[in-house]
Design a protein around this ligand. Structure first.
Ligand code: SIN
Ligand code: CO
Length: 379
């Protein structure tokens, strides 16, 4: 992606300028970010998606000051009539299930993949919305069809309404408001309060959602992964090679229940050695961030005969760092030419025949395994 080129998606800013001036800092309203916007998915197709078990969806309805929330799967008859005002259907991760929506999300890859979460689509009848709220993540709100009024504000008072099934601000104080037409886009940094209300029916909005792990949740996940990796390696090490606690200087004790200080020191060292290893942490991070989303299943395929071109499945997550390649929760050490090839696959999500020509036997075997697993599609 050309990051220094001014783009209409960002209102004539280059990706570099956008990241410097707005990212995580301040909102940006872009009129005609996508000129001639055509919704990536039709209404009927969206309604059929939410009937499926593997698609995460919610139906939000607003009556006179009462909010109701219903989680998917949602059969067609669970959706209110189109003409009935005040309802919204939210469909998470549409990019995982629908090729054109996945393609639209690719335009936002000036943000690292590790930070991009998914593309959610909301479909609302007239006046539909999910109420004033804030999110913990940045979001790009791209109007795909119909019109929506967004009211936004910096909001200091983050108290939420009691007794509602949604997170709705108790006292929203909007500072600005704008009506978005198809192709218009609004970027909001994390915790910026917003309220989107459909103006007229048949309103479709794409939310390009980001993810930012919390230190506690990420830390806990990485510790669990490192612990599991340590336990696995321990199984492979012959017993004699495992450093074991020894205490030839232990004197006789008259207080037998007291913990020996030497054993505490040994335990602290063991934990620091296991968890203080940067490479183990990098590996756990790569595996964690490429873990497929819940409810993602890949379709296994027969091993391809030979490979002339490969493309990552749209559900595959692939990242890399200086020493490793990560894909769908697994890590591989790679260096030299093979590492360059795999990095190219991760960045471009595809490899052409000429890229594959110089690939080693090992790299080709790995690509072929990934094709079998359904992570990659080969020709
Ligand atoms: C919506 O599209 O209606 C909600 C998206 C959001 O507020 O983040
Ligand atoms: Co929001």
């Amino acid at each position: 992606m050309e990051i220094d080129q001014p783009v209409s998606l960002l209102g004539g800013l280059s990706a570099r300028q956008f990241m410097r001036r707005h990212w995580q800092k301040k909102p940006l309203l872009v009129r005609q970010a996508v000129p001639g916007m055509v919704p990536p998915i039709g209404r009927q197709e969206l309604f059929s998606l939410v009937e499926k078990e593997e698609v995460e969806s919610r139906l939000v309805r607003q009556g006179a000051d009462v909010w109701s929330l219903k989680s998917g799967p949602l059969p067609r008859k669970a959706l209110p009539p189109l003409k009935q005002p005040g309802w919204t259907l939210l469909v998470q991760g549409v990019d995982l299930h629908h090729a054109a929506t996945h393609d639209l999300l690719q335009q936002f890859r000036f943000v690292p993949d590790a930070r991009l979460d998914d593309l959610m689509i909301s479909y609302a009848s007239d006046t539909g919305g999910v109420g004033p709220h804030f999110d913990s993540y940045d979001v790009f709100l791209l109007q795909a069809q119909g019109r929506r009024r967004w009211s936004i504000g910096r909001q200091r008072d983050l108290e939420l309404q009691d007794g509602v099934p949604l997170k709705i601000l108790a006292r929203f104080e909007p500072e600005e408001s704008f009506v978005l037409e198809p192709g218009d886009m609004l970027y909001l940094p994390p915790r910026y309060a917003h309220d989107g209300v459909a103006v007229g029916g048949d309103c479709m909005t794409c939310s390009i959602g980001l993810r930012a792990p919390s230190a506690m949740a990420l830390g806990a996940d990485l510790l669990a992964r490192i612990a599991e990796a340590c336990a696995e390696t321990l199984d492979e090490i012959p017993d004699a090679a495992v450093r074991r606690f020894r205490d030839p200087a232990q004197p006789a004790v008259s207080a037998p229940a007291a913990m020996p200080a030497a054993l505490q020191r040994f335990a602290r060292q063991a934990v620091r050695a296991a968890f203080g290893n940067d490479e183990a942490i990098d590996r756990a991070l790569g595996e964690s961030l490429t873990e497929p989303k819940p409810r993602v299943w890949f379709d296994q395929a027969p091993a391809p005969g030979g490979l002339s071109e490969v493309t990552l499945d749209r559900r595959s997550r692939m990242l890399y760092d200086a020493r490793h390649i990560y894909i769908n929760g697994e890590s591989f050490r790679a260096s030299g030419r093979d590492a360059r090839l795999m990095r190219r696959l991760a960045d471009e999500r595809t490899l052409a025949g000429r890229d594959l020509e110089g690939a080693s036997e090992d790299a080709l075997a790995l690509l072929s395994d990934w094709c079998e697993a359904g992570w990659l599609h080969g020709e």
